[in-house]
Ligand binder design. Structure first.
Ligand code: CO8
Length: 372
């Protein structure tokens, strides 16, 4: 039986931070830090914090702004992290709330009611608690029978979640699966680190997968196949852990937040992703030239340019390989789903598209899609 993607939803928070706002806050923080540690800096014991720059950020990444779930606190030089009041156990959790926004949009696009869905996967870079699963909370809120679970695969959480949905339907264990990616990443950003303070934004995306038989949406995509690859690397890492309490370490130290060796990531991931995509297309006797639309992971515009050049032997146009980094920044696993959600309705029957994530792990996940 043919399995399809029949709905996609993209939700963004109402608040944004521009590069200029972010840099003004960071530079004021750096000046205050340097003043406070002047003697140690002069003695060579502490490194001075260099200024950040909005021009560097846009040139190095393609990012102009990012959405943020809670702007309070993130730009406060005395705080440098969002201020999000803890909710009571009886209240809806923050992550379930944003997951619901995206889920409802995807269900509406797919023409599906809660009663049509029999499994919920919440798949993202972080979940705000270990249990009960955010997916089960969302399942309850939507009134879905069946089962739900959370999974974490950093940058490839969305594509790997769609892979699991595809397999569950193929195995006959579910008929219609809702995959949600509530990427609430701002609490994990080190706003005091110039190399990474600009990279990420908050968003939630969702997709609906079902059989072609039951699909009634206007825009439906056959999933021709899925392909995944992982290769262990420490170059993108967060040591945030429930172990910190037993390790007797600072649970909020810089290594407990997102950090990376960005240059190495760039060098190693680009060829890995391009080779992966080529091999995946070859399974269907397709070449990159046969693909109408590239919904690629959105970490850095230069990465996408390089990968497309390797695949096509030329630069891809903005229509062929849409970029959403300028508005959304890097949204962990949600980036390729945003690119898909905002840029698919103009495709014609029979057109091929590739949805592909690449990043932390390293992990690469792709789906070859064809418009019905
Ligand atoms: N302002 C001004 N100058 C800066 C800044 C800044 N903000 N940051 C760095 N510089 C300086 C550097 O210090 C360096 O100076 P020098 O030459 O004197 O040493 C110079 O600019 C060049 O720095 P880089 O070599 O680091 O700059 P690059 O051109 O390589 O660009 C990037 C840096 C943008 C980070 C680039 O390397 C990159 O994008 N790499 C790939 C990153 C990537 O794909 N990361 C994946 C992220 S993981 C993911 O997507 C999901 C993870 C899970 C979610 C986590 C949520 C929190």
């Amino acid at each position: 039986q043919q399995i399809v993607v029949s709905g996609v939803g993209v939700w963004n928070p109402e608040f944004t931070i521009t590069n200029e706002e972010l840099v003004a806050s960071y530079n004021a923080y750096a000046d205050a830090f340097n003043k406070e540690h002047q003697a140690d800096i002069d003695a060579g014991d502490v490194a001075a914090k260099p200024h950040s720059s909005a021009e560097f950020i846009e040139k190095a990444s393609g990012i102009k702004q990012r959405y943020i779930y809670c702007k309070d606190g993130a730009l406060d030089v005395q705080r440098m992290r969002p201020s999000i009041p803890e909710r009571a156990e009886t209240e809806l959790s923050d992550q379930a709330e944003i997951a619901l926004h995206a889920a409802k949009k995807a269900l509406a696009e797919a023409n599906k009611q809660a009663s049509d869905v029999d499994a919920v996967i919440v798949s993202c870079a972080y979940t705000q608690r270990s249990y009960p699963a955010i997916a089960i909370e969302v399942q309850k809120q939507l009134g879905i029978e069946g089962f739900g679970f959370d999974m974490l695969v950093a940058c490839s959480a969305a594509t790997f979640g769609m892979h699991r949905a595809y397999e569950m339907i193929a195995a006959g264990n579910a008929k219609c699966v809702l995959v949600i990616n509530p990427e609430l990443v701002s609490p994990q950003i080190n706003y005091t680190d110039r190399d990474s303070h600009f990279i990420f934004g908050d968003v939630a995306t969702a997709t609906v997968l079902e059989t072609a038989e039951t699909a009634t949406a206007e825009h439906v995509y056959n999933v021709l196949s899925t392909q995944a690859l992982t290769k262990y690397s420490n170059n993108i890492r967060s040591n945030f852990s429930y172990m910190s309490r037993a390790n007797d370490v600072d649970p909020y130290g810089p290594d407990k937040l997102f950090h990376q060796a960005g240059r190495k990531v760039f060098k190693e991931v680009c060829p890995l992703a391009a080779d992966h995509i080529e091999q995946h297309l070859a399974r269907h006797s397709l070449t990159p030239a046969d693909v109408t639309r590239w919904w690629l992971h959105q970490a850095n515009i230069n990465m996408n340019t390089l990968i497309c050049k390797r695949l096509l032997g030329r630069e891809a146009s903005a229509q062929e390989a849409p970029i959403v980094l300028d508005e959304y920044a890097n949204t962990a696993s949600a980036g390729s789903v945003i690119a898909f959600g905002l840029n698919h309705k103009d495709l014609h029957q029979g057109d091929y598209g590739v949805l592909c994530s690449f990043g932390a792990g390293y992990s690469i996940g792709s789906l070859v899609l064809q418009k019905r």
